[in-house]
Design a protein around this ligand. Structure first.
Ligand code: 4AD
Length: 434
């Protein structure tokens, strides 16, 4: 007899009616009497294996009955289409071969608290919710590369160890760099600006770090950011790139992760409505008025806190930009407003359904003397930014850019309550392990 073909669960559709072998882990087991239902997974999908006492020898049936959660095994059997199963196929199992035993697996099928699940994250990764969320993460990462490639951007990697702190000095992770103080990067933006002057349109994509002392559903201390920077582009054109980008990413997930969205209970129709452009532009001034009219005690000039952000994000029914924030709460590099001294040409893209900010961006000021003064005003060391000021000295041009937080985007697209679900091994104020 020829060797039985080894397949992956995701390819089951091609093997209906045939005998195949799959390497799997046992998620759960049900049954009794003369039948055992094995809930199996192999990392590419999920499938039920049916072991019937009338079809297998006694030893195999006994083995099936005594399998423990997360035992790894080879199962051999015939693939059947099964319209009742949420995954579409099942296997009539004829042979079982145990590969790795599993005793007292800690994440039993009962409900567990989130803290416990994240203490066991190295195992929790195997479960259905992380499976769906991290598949969506993978799709989004690929879609991000595709969008920029198709749109004529060059990928320019920014360093992770740096001596600059463009987003303020209060949330830095210091690194001892051979006796000199350095930091883990908060954003690759300044390097992307240098890249835009060399290649026109560039992006970076990598881990960034903020020593956030607050624990919220939106903050990680290590997260992945995409910085995009476009030479010869003013803010309105940048907003058009941003909304096209987000609509593209959402559509890719709808097209390629329908099963995962359903597993997470995400409303796909609602998600699809967010691909409709343009997104509304709301001024910071109007956003503050709206908040005040709704009972918030916020003064003009203050940045939004979590409750304000959540309110605004629940008020609008599509993603929307809040534009022209007060200069005093924004980074030194943002472009001055042509007629007002108190605001800058900035925009935050907010996701609806309470999710809040997913992108921060602005047009960049192009004037050497102005930027030098802003650095001095913000007590930043001019020596560390001299190379950045050079960009204004040698052929400065209008340019704009933005930073998208990958985990914020995933939280919104996957409909996750908490950002820790969106990254394999989250780093937060209280979590460094595993
Ligand atoms: O708004 P931010 O601070 O902007 C910048 O860093 C700019 N230099 C980006 C640029 O223009 N190239 O951060 C950008 C995005 C936020 O909108 C948010 O999505 C994400 O980064 N982000 C965080 N995500 C998770 N945890 C945190 N602590 C985050 N801080 C920012």
């Amino acid at each position: 007899m020829s060797e039985v073909k080894m397949i992956r669960i995701e390819d089951a559709a091609e093997y209906v009616g045939r005998v195949v072998k799959i390497g799997v882990w046992l998620r759960q087991k049900r049954g009794g009497g003369k039948i055992a239902f094995l809930q199996l997974r192999d990392g590419t999908g999920f499938m039920q294996g049916v072991v019937s006492a009338t079809d297998v020898d006694e030893a195999t049936f006994k083995l099936a009955e005594h399998l423990k959660q997360e035992t790894s095994l080879y199962v051999t059997g015939t693939i059947h289409a099964d319209s009742r199963s949420e995954f579409g196929y099942e296997m009539a199992v004829s042979e079982i071969e145990i590969v790795g035993e599993s005793e007292n697996y800690p994440i039993s099928p009962k409900e567990h608290g989130t803290d416990f699940l994240f203490d066991e994250r190295h195992l929790y990764l195997r479960h259905q919710k992380p499976y769906a969320t991290l598949k969506i993460r993978d799709e989004l990462i690929r879609a991000i590369y595709d969008f920029f490639h198709e749109d004529g951007f060059l990928k320019l990697d920014a360093p992770i160890i740096t001596d600059s702190a463009p987003e303020g000095t209060t949330e830095l992770f210091p690194v001892d760099y051979f006796g000199k103080e350095a930091y883990l990067s908060q954003t690759g933006q300044l390097y992307a600006e240098a890249g835009a002057m060399a290649f026109g349109k560039v992006y970076d994509f990598g881990p960034t770090f903020r020593a956030e002392k607050s624990s919220t559903r939106r903050h990680l201390t290590e997260f992945w950011m995409i910085d995009a920077e476009m030479a010869w582009m003013h803010q309105e054109q940048s907003l058009e790139v941003q909304e096209r980008f987000i609509a593209y990413l959402i559509q890719r997930v709808i097209d390629n992760c329908r099963v995962e969205l359903k597993m997470l209970g995400r409303d796909i129709e609602k998600l699809a409505s967010y691909t409709k452009l343009p997104y509304p532009r709301v001024s910071y001034d109007d956003a503050v008025k709206l908040l005040q009219d709704n009972g918030f005690k916020i003064d003009w000039g203050v940045d939004f806190g979590s409750p304000e952000e959540t309110f605004l994000a629940n008020h609008f029914t599509s993603p929307f930009f809040v534009v022209n924030f007060p200069k005093a709460v924004k980074a030194f590099y943002m472009k001055r407003h042509p007629t007002r001294d108190d605001v800058v040409i900035s925009a935050d893209l907010m996701a609806p359904e309470g999710y809040g900010e997913i992108i921060g961006g602005s047009e960049r000021d192009t004037d050497y003397d102005y930027l030098k003064q802003r650095l001095i005003d913000q007590h930043l060391d001019l020596n560390e930014y001299s190379w950045y000021l050079d960009l204004r000295k040698y052929g400065t041009v209008p340019h704009s850019g933005f930073g998208l937080g990958l985990e914020r985007l995933i939280r919104f697209v996957a409909g996750e309550d908490h950002i820790r679900e969106t990254i394999p091994f989250p780093r937060t104020l209280n979590r460094l392990h595993p």
